[in-house]
Design a protein around this ligand. Structure first.
Ligand SMILES: Nc1ncnc2c1ncn2[C@@H]1O[C@H](COP(=O)(O)OP(=O)(O)OP(=O)(O)O)[C@@H](O)[C@H]1O
Ligand SMILES: [Mg+2]
Length: 252
């Protein structure tokens, strides 16, 4: 069974059809690149999966369960997480604490336990702290552990967003244009972060305009054009296709 399946998903904004009957499957362990020209429906697709938008028609099925229409927090609780946007970072707080707080999104202990400081609660806290230190280390942020997030260099701030995403224990991580506005060095850092997340067994759907990077990291590419899925397959084969090249170049 596919981890995620979309069946005939359509999304309309008034007269604009942002998605026109999308069928797709994502299997566990894949890194699926979502590419296509501006306005082709990529972000809308991820929003429909995360519950931020609801499909006008069709179904989003996660691990065999129809999740269309569920609220974003309910979908996140099932393991579908979007990378942390800048507005989810606590800027006045240090790197390590940001990662530690993100661990709480997958929290299993209840309020009663935290209130009384029960043994399971204290053990969970210690486990979260250890996990946070490990993640900070994995992402090359150890030297910045006690730096306020606001004072981090730009590339490290992006890395922190990735570290927080991993801390929240996603099964399926949705990433929208992680490389936008980055220099070559920062691009390499973020690509390495994504590889590390995949090594932990997380499945990824990644929107990115940087085709070279997408091809270096993705196991499969899905191409959207005017809300239609026009290609789905191995990156090298997909990018050779005439219709894909034409969609990119805007040739009739
Ligand atoms: N909230 C909205 N209200 C109205 N129209 C929208 C909304 N969100 C997206 N659209 C429209 O839906 C279409 C697809 O937009 P979307 O943002 O999904 O494209 P995209 O592929 O992510 O583009 P980009 O590469 O520029 O980020 C566009 O025509 C866009 O104008
Ligand atoms: Mg977009």
């Amino acid at each position: 069974m596919a981890l995620l399946e979309l069946k005939n998903v359509k999304k309309a904004f008034g007269n604009v059809m942002a998605l026109e009957g999308i069928d797709l499957e994502v299997n566990k362990g894949e890194i699926v690149g979502i590419v296509g020209p501006n306005g082709s429906g990529k972000t809308t697709l991820l929003h429909v999966i995360s519950g931020y938008y609801h499909a006008t028609e069709g179904q989003v099925i996660y691990k065999g369960q129809n999740i269309s229409g569920l609220r974003p927090d309910k979908i996140a609780a099932k393991g579908i997480v979007r990378t942390f946007q800048q507005n989810m970072v606590y800027w006045d707080t240090v790197t390590l604490e940001n990662v530690f707080r993100a661990c709480y999104l997958s929290d299993k202990t209840n309020l009663w336990q935290s209130f009384w400081g029960t043994k399971p609660y204290v053990q969970e806290e210690m486990a979260k702290l250890t996990k946070s230190v490990e993640i900070v280390d994995t992402f090359g942020l150890s030297d910045y552990s006690l730096f306020p997030a606001a004072g981090l260099p730009h590339g490290k701030q992006r890395t922190l967003g990735m570290a927080m995403a991993l801390a929240s224990d996603p099964e399926l991580l949705l990433i929208d244009e992680p490389l936008a506005g980055m220099d070559a060095g920062e691009v390499e850092i973020v690509l390495n972060c994504i590889r590390k997340i995949v090594d932990k067994g997380v499945t990824i759907m990644l929107i990115e305009h940087n085709i070279k990077s997408v091809m270096s990291i993705c196991s499969r590419l899905i191409v959207l054009d005017f809300g239609h899925k026009i290609a789905d397959g191995k990156p090298v084969e997909v990018m050779k296709r005439k219709d894909v090249i034409e969609a990119y170049l805007g040739v009739e």
